[in-house]
Design a protein around this ligand. Structure first.
Ligand SMILES: Cc1ncc(COP(=O)(O)O)c(C=O)c1O
Length: 377
C-alpha cells in the first residue's frame, strides 16, 4: 500500500543499522563444550586446574625462547601484580608511562602503591621512545620503573628497551595488552589482555609472559593470597586466578586461532583496499598485513578526529576514541606528575578508532569508505 505523501518514512527504510565500531566474537558453545566436559569429569573448577596448566603451556609455546606464562584475572591485575612482584620502593616512587595509553596502565601503577608519571610519546610511533625517556637525565632518579605500551598492538623496539634497562638500571614492564598477535619475545616482562574485545578473548583474562622465573613465581603467588605451599599468607596478596571455565573458553579460542587470525587479516585487507587512494587515512605500519589486532585506529589530518567522528555519525558509522584525550586527562590522574605532552594531545585530536570486526562485510566497508570520503572531502 502506498503511503500518503506526508507520512514519515518507516525507520528501517531511512536508517540502516549503524556500522558498529566493534563486534567481538568469542568461541561458540560447540567449540567450548569438549572442554566443559573435561571440567565435569575432573570436578576441578579453579585453583590451577588441568585446563589452566594446558592454556598456559599453549600460550608459552608461542614464544621462540623458553618463556613462563602466568594467567591472571585480567591484564590490569597482571600489570599491578607484576609491579608488586618487582619489589619497587612504594610510597613516593614514580613509574614512567606514556600519556597515550588506556587508563588501565595508570590504574595498575596506583594499585601497586606507586605514582604515575606521564611522559609524551613519539608522534610517529605513538609510543614512548627509550632515548627520550633516557634524556630526562638526572630526573630519572625519581623513577623506579618504566611501562612502555604497545599502542593498539604495535610492538615497540624490544632491543632498545633492553638497552635502556641495562644503561639506566630501571626495570621495564611492557604493557602489551592488545599485542596477543605481535608479542613473540618476552625478554621484557610483558602483559597481554584476553578481554572479549581483544583478538583472542576469553571474556575477562590476561597473562604475564616473562623469561624471569623468579618474577613469574612471585606473580603466581600474588594471584593466590601469597600462599607458599601452606594455608598461611606469607605476604599481602590477592585472588586473581582464572577459573577452569575461563580457561575452557581460552583453549577453544586457541584451537580456532589460526583460522580466526586469517579472518581478522581478511577484514583488515578489505578495509585497506577500500581506502586505497585516501592518504589522509594512515594505518599503523604493518596493521592487517604483518600483524592483527581487534581495533583499527588510524591517523587523520591534524585535528580532524572530531569532525570525522561527527560526519561518520551522521552517516550511521560508529567510531571510538579508544584512549579518549589520553590517560593523563582522566580526572583520576589529574594530580599526577607529567612532562609536556604535545604529541599525545595532537594524537588525541587526530587519531580515531574506525569500525572493525572479524566478520565485517563488504557493505559495511563500503559505507565506512563513503562516509570517510565525505568527511575528508
Ligand atoms: C593499553 C592497555 N593496557 C591495559 C588494558 C587492560 O586490559 P584488561 O581489560 O584485560 O584489564 C587495556 C585494555 O584494553 C589496554 O588497552
Amino acid at each position: 500500500m502506498a503511503l500518503p505523501q506526508s507520512a514519515p518514512r518507516p525507520q528501517a527504510e531511512t536508517a540502516p543499522a549503524p556500522v558498529a565500531v566493534a563486534r567481538p566474537r568469542l568461541p561458540n558453545a560447540e567449540a567450548i563444550v569438549p572442554y566443559l566436559q573435561r571440567i565435569d569429569e575432573a570436578r576441578w573448577y579453579s585453583n590451577f586446574g588441568p585446563l589452566l596448566i594446558e592454556l598456559e603451556q599453549r600460550l608459552a609455546d608461542r614464544f621462540a625462547r623458553p618463556t613462563q606464562v602466568i594467567t591472571v584475572a585480567n591484564a590490569t591485575q597482571a600489570l599491578t601484580l607484576s609491579l608488586k612482584a618487582m619489589d619497587l620502593p612504594v610510597g613516593g616512587a614514580h613509574v614512567i608511562l606514556p600519556a597515550w595509553t588506556f587508563v588501565a596502565t595508570a590504574h595498575a601503577v596506583v594499585q601497586a602503591g606507586l605514582k604515575p608519571w606521564f611522559v609524551d610519546v613519539d608522534p610517529d610511533t605513538w609510543m614512548l621512545d627509550p632515548a627520550a625517556v633516557a634524556a630526562l637525565g638526572p630526573k630519572l632518579r625519581d623513577a623506579c620503573a618504566v611501562i612502555p605500551v604497545a599502542p593498539f598492538g604495535r610492538m615497540p623496539d624490544v632491543d632498545a628497551w633492553l638497552a635502556f634497562r641495562e644503561t639506566t638500571g630501571l626495570p621495564v614492564l611492557l604493557d602489551a595488552a592488545a599485542a596477543f598477535d605481535t608479542l613473540a619475545d618476552a625478554r621484557l616482562p610483558s602483559v597481554v589482555s584476553l578481554h572479549a574485545t581483544k583478538v583472542l578473548g576469553l571474556g575477562e583474562g590476561g597473562f604475564l609472559a616473562t623469561e624471569d622465573l623468579a618474577l613469574a613465581a612471585r606473580v603466581r603467588e600474588l594471584t593466590t593470597f601469597c600462599f607458599r605451599g601452606s594455608r598461611q599468607s606469607q605476604a599481602p596478596g590477592t585472588n586473581a586466578k582464572l577459573s577452569e571455565y575461563a580457561c575452557a573458553v581460552g583453549l577453544a579460542a586457541m584451537d580456532g586461532w589460526p583460522g580466526e587470525r586469517l579472518r581478522w587479516m581478511r577484514a583488515a585487507q578489505m578495509l585497506r583496499i577500500a581506502l586505497i587512494g585516501r592518504p589522509q587515512v594512515r594505518f599503523q605500519p604493518g596493521w592487517g598485513a604483518d600483524w592483527v589486532t581487534s581495533v583499527c585506529t588510524v591517523g587523520l589530518p591534524a585535528g580532524a578526529a572530531a569532525h570525522v567522528t561527527q560526519v561518520l555519525r551522521e552517516d550511521g558509522v560508529d567510531t571510538r576514541q579508544w584512549w579518549d584525550r589520553g590517560c593523563h586527562a582522566s580526572p583520576a590522574f589529574a594530580d599526577c606528575r607529567r612532562e609536556p605532552l604535545p604529541a599525545t594531545e595532537a594524537l588525541a585530536a587526530s587519531t580515531l578508532g574506525l569500525p572493525f570486526s572479524i566478520d565485517m562485510d563488504a557493505g559495511e566497508v563500503a559505507r565506512l569508505a563513503a562516509a570517510l570520503q565525505r568527511a575528508l572531502a
